[in-house]
Design a protein around this ligand. Structure first.
Ligand code: COA
Length: 216
């Protein structure tokens, strides 16, 4: 599959490349990003190059995973990364700390979902985030994902275990309005959530964000 651009009036998604190494390394120093993803820690230029070559380039060329960098219109500055794995149908993303809270990832996820559930031929998309990752859950909720419960994550954590995750899905025929039923994402106590008994946990273990070589 050849990389292609997705865009809206406020955002352009295009394949990240070697010029983005510094921005990726900078973003991956963020403790919040490190806490809620499985990027290597410490993270240096070799990790970013591995990500760009083995995950991004390889993902596009095999058609298994489509990864885009977020940029403002007319700007080359990398603002984040979003990806979708077409076999497992799951999404992954991060925004650089300085660009958070502007609605960028919500817009990016909408663009990716529109493509994946349309031309991409995927019938549904899965999102999961560690319990307590309110910001990520807020992005999925605002993009129209329906909360599916809590259960062991499909991707191993850094310790090799399966961290407890919130899970949600978006089907091709769902409308994209935010759905009721999500845990309280206001930063307060997490409500009791039903088990994610209807979520398929048997899918392979990778995340659409920079990760360690062992995860590929
Ligand atoms: C999750 C993340 C990608 C969100 O990126 P973003 O570009 O800031 O997202 P948006 O600006 O689109 O925010 C979406 C909503 O989340 C809300 N939000 C942001 N931080 C929040 C928090 N800590 N608690 C609750 N809601 C939060 C925003 O207010 C916004 O809702 P609003 O428009 O109603 O105000 C970003 O915080 C990040 O990179 N986190 C670290 C990596 C990560 O967790 N990745 C996801 C792994 S599953």
């Amino acid at each position: 599959m050849q990389p292609f651009v997705l865009e809206s009036p406020v955002l352009r998604l295009e394949v990240p490349g070697p010029a983005d190494v510094e921005a990726i390394v900078d973003a991956c120093q963020d403790p919040v990003l490190q806490r809620f993803t499985t990027v290597p820690t410490p993270y240096d230029r070799s990790d970013a190059r591995f990500f760009l070559d083995r995950i991004v380039r390889h993902g596009w060329s095999t058609g298994r995973e489509a990864t885009w960098g977020l940029r403002g219109p007319g700007s080359s500055l990398l603002l984040g990364i979003v990806s979708v794995r077409l076999g497992t149908r799951d999404v992954g993303f991060w925004t650089v700390p300085a660009a958070r809270g502007r609605g960028l990832m919500t817009e990016a996820l909408r663009l990716v979902a529109d493509w994946a559930l349309g031309e991409g031929g995927v019938d549904q998309l899965h999102w999961e985030g560690y319990v307590g990752n309110d910001a990520s859950a807020a992005v999925a909720r605002k993009a129209g994902f329906r909360y599916a419960g809590v259960g062991p994550g499909m991707h191993p954590g850094r310790d090799g275990g399966r961290p407890l995750c919130w899970k949600a899905r978006l089907r091709a025929d769902d409308d994209r309005s935010p759905k009721a039923g999500w845990p309280d994402l206001g930063g307060g106590a997490v409500r009791e959530c039903p088990p994610a008994d209807d979520v398929d946990d048997s899918r392979p273990q990778t995340r659409g964000v920079p990760r360690s070589p062992e995860d590929s």
